[in-house]
Design a protein around this ligand. Structure first.
Ligand code: COI
Length: 349
């Protein structure tokens, strides 16, 4: 793999105490082009603008998919990647749905390893830090015909991160706009899914909510996701989360929490959840916790849910399942808790 290192690193001029999520990027990136039916040799180069034709299909039709993953530094200064196989699997599922050629395992895995070794200083070992990794593929043919592109570009960039959200998360249940529908692309990490969510989210922001709870496209009766997170309810001592479907993103954090919860003896139900069930549980005092999960946020408590004009405030629990599971997950990710699941892998030479 061709590697060109930067001559001017930004490491010493970056303020690691102030890292608004996704705004600071490390020194290098990986690029690999797909032309004439095959992925070419990947290349690592200094992070910077990439040339793109105004006629590139991604700019017109949004044919693009991405991933979010994280690498952590353990106390021995080793880099630990979390569930990288799952990210590759999901990237390729998304690619399939968007008619994008799948990425070969060797390009993805070797590319990640090489890039992370070069920029390992961007991943801090202090508690709370990680390096967020953003692999993405976009349609790069210069052609405005509405059809799948012939050429693609695969890129990996990385961004040092601390928190995604700062402060409380108050959400409102959305009954008009929809994130995803049956038969659509909701289960894929398609760029357009996020683009379509910005307008309704901005409207909710203007009313003082940080995020929405998405409901099903057909009846707006069932809970789907919250913002960019999978959503969880603790009803009594059972954790309930919407079952995966083609309108729900199969979160890798969601899957990890299902496993950890069950291994902690917590009953987990993956099923459809009616809005009315959540309201009833709240009114009966059975709705003990609500939280979101995702790579960027890990596990994030939700402080209140508003449905129409009614606000349900979720009080903090002394025996919070969310915090307990978050601690375990973060411990595994950072190598301070033994990883019996084989979820972490060292970035090796
Ligand atoms: C992630 O958690 O990685 C996500 O995909 C959320 C992202 C859109 C910031």
């Amino acid at each position: 793999m061709k590697v060109t290192k930067t001559s001017i690193s930004k490491l010493n001029t970056t303020d690691f105490s102030n890292l608004p999520f996704g705004t600071v990027f490390s020194d290098h990136m990986l690029i690999c082009n797909y032309k004439q039916g095959k992925w070419e040799e990947p290349e690592i180069s200094p992070y910077g603008p990439i040339p793109i034709h105004p006629g590139s299909q991604v700019l017109h039709y949004g044919q693009s998919v991405f991933e979010g993953m994280k690498v952590f530094k353990n106390d021995s200064n080793e880099l630990l990647l979390f569930r990288k196989d799952e990210n590759l699997k999901r990237l390729n599922q998304s690619a399939n749905r968007l008619s994008i050629p799948v990425i070969e395992e060797s390009i993805f895995m070797n590319g990640l390893d090489n890039l992370l070794k070069i920029d390992s200083e961007w991943c801090k070992a202090e508690q709370g830090y990680s390096l967020y990794i953003r692999p993405f593929i976009f349609a790069s043919s210069e052609c405005v015909k509405a059809s799948a592109s012939e050429e693609y570009t695969f890129v990996i960039i990385t961004s040092p991160s601390i928190n995604y959200y700062a402060g409380e998360i108050n959400v409102v249940i959305e009954e008009h706009y929809t994130r995803a529908s049956q038969g659509g692309v909701g289960y894929a990490k398609a760029a357009g899914n996020y683009a379509a969510s910005f307008y309704p989210t901005k409207q909710a922001n203007a009313k003082g909510f940080q995020q929405l709870i998405w409901t099903d496209a057909k009846e707006h009766k069932y809970i789907e996701e919250s913002g960019t997170m999978n959503i969880w309810f603790r009803i009594g001592d059972i954790l309930v989360t919407p079952a995966l479907s083609d309108s729900i993103l199969g979160g890798i954090t969601r899957d990890s929490i299902v496993t950890l919860a069950k291994d902690n003896g917590i009953k987990v139900e993956e099923r459809r959840i009616l809005i009315t069930e959540v309201i009833e549980a709240f009114n009966n005092g059975m709705l003990k916790e609500v939280f979101g999960t995702g790579t960027a946020v890990t596990v994030n408590p939700i402080n209140s849910i508003t449905f129409r004009e009614n606000r349900m405030i979720i009080k903090a629990q002394n025996d919070s399942f969310a915090l307990k599971l978050k601690k375990q997950l973060q411990g595994i990710q950072k190598g301070s808790i033994v990883d019996i699941y084989d979820w972490t892998s060292k970035v090796t030479d």
